[in-house]
Design a protein around this ligand. Sequence first.
Ligand code: NAD
Length: 327
Amino acid sequence: MTLLVTGGAGFIGSNFIFYWLKHHPEDQVVCLDKLTYAGNLATLVPVMDHPSFRFVRGDICDRAAVKRLFEEEQPQAVINFAAESHVDRSIQAPEVFLQTNVLGTQVLLDACCAHGGVRFHQVSTDEVYGDLPLDRPDLLFTEESPLRPSSPYSASKAGADLLALAYFRTYGLPVTVSRCSNNYGPYQFPEKLIPRMIVRALAGKTLPVYGRGENVRDWLHVDDHCAALDAILQRGVAGEVYNIGGRSERTNLEIVGLICHRLDVPPEQVVHVADRKGHDKRYAIDSGKLSSQLGWQPQVSFDQGMDETINWYLDHRYWWEPLAEDV
Ligand code: NAD
């Protein structure tokens, strides 16, 4: 089949393209990416000449360009990673988040309808559920949890999820949605917590931690996310939502402490800064539905995955140095 991957020059999308070409050598993969500040063609160099891969620069909001691409490639499935993805940027300038994350998703859904009901998967986030209290470790987000997004980013992702599910109900489009916890791994843009702390630590800069650093995130290695998406694309039921999580909850301070320990950074380099507006306290995901119905389990332990990720950043300065000036 031909699989259209939008946002494939970003962190998770690029890892997904590597994964798919390796595990599905019979398929064609077409990547549509606008190459915003977060998209990086250097990431896709290893597959640029792959006979089953094509890169197209374009905006998912550009209806004419998306129509043209669908006519040229006739994809059998679309997986939508394209998004504005950084919460802090959404607090500073929300508009582009609504444009890309909601209206861009609508353009893709319309194209899928116009081409006879192309299979569509929306890559979403656990942040659509809002947050959980720190003193209730027993609580987890399930697919039935109410959507209570806190930031313009998560509100735009929730909007896109609901739109995609409405296209299933209204037009019978074969849509699935996945909501994943925080990812880490190679090729993550250095504005995000883990790579930011690594590259700042290596540059001898301070390591700024929001508030007391007690906010909890559930971390999942990007390869495990890709395997979950594979399971959903192959065996997921249309109209369903699947949570994806690692059951690896860590406070932000624990993450920074681990990086300091591994890179031999003195504790004085860690500084506490004013908290993020509306900062979600805790995310924790119950991915029991994905495990029991589609047989997915995370394979990468957090300690091993973090070790490999830190090593990757140590070995790939050429990749992140041009991106890390302002982080
Ligand atoms: P990223 O910011 O690294 O990459 C986003 C990619 O989308 C970039 O290549 C960018 O150029 C492209 N893009 C942006 N606007 C576009 C547009 N209008 N048209 C075409 N391409 C456009 O993001 P990521 O961390 O790889 O996240 C990918 C998806 O996964 C997002 O939808 C995000 O909401 C979701 N997600 C991310 C995480 C995480 O921890 N990073 C967790 C759960 C879900």
